[in-house]
Design a protein around this ligand. Structure first.
Ligand SMILES: Cc1ncc(COP(=O)(O)O)c(C=O)c1O
Length: 502
């Protein structure tokens, strides 16, 4: 029997084969291809390229959630086609967001009754939340200055030099001067005394961090509140506080309930937290909560009604997915206070294990604190043979992504490694990481001292004056000078990495 196939039959046959048949030449990078391709082929090609991405579960650089329960994954997929902004069409989703705002606000001791609605909004992450909070402070300050007949064109914000890049973005995008309190060796958070000294009549707020990105340490918001209250009293200003609780906001309430950092302190007018960090939801959700309606200028709230009803919105964007909001509500009711507490305790235990084992190697000084975000930040005690950047690179071989970075001014000479402990980083993974760190240290220790070999390389790269001067004998450098060059070389490399710590 002769079987004849039509062109489309054989096409169909091809469609089911390995997609590389469609990808013999380079994949489209600049222009959309003329023709279509079968869905299986497109899937295979994209999926194959993505195989070269790192494994999110081994990405110890990030605070952002990389595992959720399958039931929640299902809810996320079920709502993947819902645009959050269509509130009239999806009123239940809007209601879930409001419930989340209320729950978080109460967790942060907002001064409203148990069944009263709090003021806040779901955002794409803490960055958007910070932009909104910052804008609210700027507008309030400007309105007050205008009413007083005073200039209102030079607003500033006081922070520690350890702030996350989103504060720099806020300052640049919304034209607010960022006045940073410098750090120093051994003290890597904002000093409240210095911060309050920097406050002037143009300061729209002081931003404190609950869980510094660099070391996980909590800044002393209570002390800041006391000092600022004093200053406000003597100057007649009413400079407020914002707390960037991106990471710590879902840790401190469960593990350190006595720590006063939130709306219990009268000058704290707004707080942001990342739902996608220790709120335990995949990337794409953050929250900002205001102390009261008075702290959010009405002019920032837009009322949109062309989709069928009045929709108040106060976000920077318009459309966005609904899944993360729904997932956040799932986590709140699924875990409850008890569940969050237990997960955070477990993270802390794993951080403790890791900290102790890293300390036992004798090679590192631990710079993170016991009270803080569950992470371990550690610096080499002796950087003369190799650097933290080399350790970071060597750990990649095992699949681990452990970032190395230098501290901000004035502690730039300190370089650290940081391991963030998330819910899905288990005890046994912690043990495996320790064993891999030990292996890397052993290998690096066995290498010939790098001063000679690495120094030559570094000198080549860094010493422009010697280029093209190969016949001239190089002036002999002291070990200290060479060491400084090596350090600068690695720092330049790390500075060039834009993905750094988040
Ligand atoms: C203290 C702090 N603030 C803000 C952010 C930005 O958060 P998001 O990634 O949720 O926008 C981060 C991110 O790590 C952070 O650590």
């Amino acid at each position: 029997m002769v079987v004849t196939t039509t062109v489309s039959d054989s096409d169909e046959h091809l469609h089911c084969t390995f997609a590389s048949r469609y990808a013999r030449t380079s994949l489209p990078r600049f222009k959309m291809p003329e023709g279509s391709m079968p869905k299986e082929a497109a899937y295979q090609i994209v999926n194959d390229e993505l195989m070269l991405d790192g494994n999110p579960r081994l990405n110890l650089a990030s605070f952002v959630t990389t595992w959720m329960e399958p039931e929640c994954d299902k809810l996320i997929m079920d709502s993947i086609n819902k645009n959050y902004v269509d509130m009239d069409e999806y009123p239940v989703t809007t209601e879930l967001q409001n419930r989340c705002v209320n729950m978080i606000a109460h967790l942060f001791h907002v001064p409203v009754g148990d069944d009263e609605t709090a003021i806040g909004v779901g955002t794409v992450g803490s960055s958007e939340a910070i932009m909104l909070a910052g804008l609210a402070f700027k507008r309030k300050w400007q309105a007050k200055r205008k009413a007083q007949g005073k200039p209102y064109d030079k607003p500033n914000i006081v922070t520690g030099a350890n702030v996350q890049v989103c504060w720099e973005k806020f300052a640049r995008y919304f034209e607010v001067e960022l006045k940073e309190v410098k750090l120093k060796e051994g003290y890597y958070v904002m000093d409240p005394v210095k911060a309050v000294e920097m406050v002037d009549e143009n300061t729209i707020c002081v931003a404190a961090i609950l869980g510094s990105t660099l070391t996980g340490e909590y800044e002393d918001v209570k002390h800041l509140n006391e000092l600022l209250t004093e200053k406000n009293k003597t100057t007649g200003w009413d400079t407020p506080i914002h707390v960037d609780a991106a990471s710590g906001g879902f840790i401190a309430p469960f593990l350190f309930p006595e720590l006063e950092w939130d709306f219990r302190l009268p000058l704290v007018k707004s707080i942001n937290v990342s739902g996608h960090k220790y709120g335990l939801v995949y990337a794409g959700v953050g929250w900002v909560i205001w102390r009261s309606k008075d702290d959010l200028p009405e002019e920032l709230v837009f009322h949109i009604n062309y989709l069928g009803s009045d929709q108040p919105t106060f976000t920077l964007n318009f459309s966005k997915g609904s899944s993360q909001i729904i997932a956040q509500y799932y986590q709140f009711i699924r875990l409850g206070f008890e569940g969050y507490k237990s997960i955070m305790e477990n993270c802390m235990e794993n951080a403790k294990l890791l900290r102790e084992e890293i300390a036992k190697t004798g090679k590192f000084e631990i710079v993170s604190k016991d009270v803080g975000v569950p992470l371990v930040a550690f610096a080499l005690k002796d950087g003369s043979r190799y650097t933290v950047f080399q350790i970071s690179e060597s750990l990649r071989r095992f699949g681990w992504v452990v970032p190395a970075y230098t501290m901000p001014p004035d502690a730039e000479h300190i370089a650290v490694l940081r391991v963030v402990i998330r819910e899905d980083f288990s005890h046994s993974l912690a043990e495996r990481l320790v064993s891999n760190i030990q292996k890397v240290l052993k290998e690096l220790d066995e290498l010939p001292p790098r001063l000679s070999t690495k120094a030559a390389h570094v000198t080549d790269v860094t010493d422009e004056t010697q280029k093209g001067n190969a016949d001239q004998p190089h002036p002999k450098k002291s070990a200290m000078e060479t060491q400084k060059e090596i350090f600068n070389y690695w720092r330049r490399i790390s500075d060039m990495k834009t993905s750094g710590v988040c």
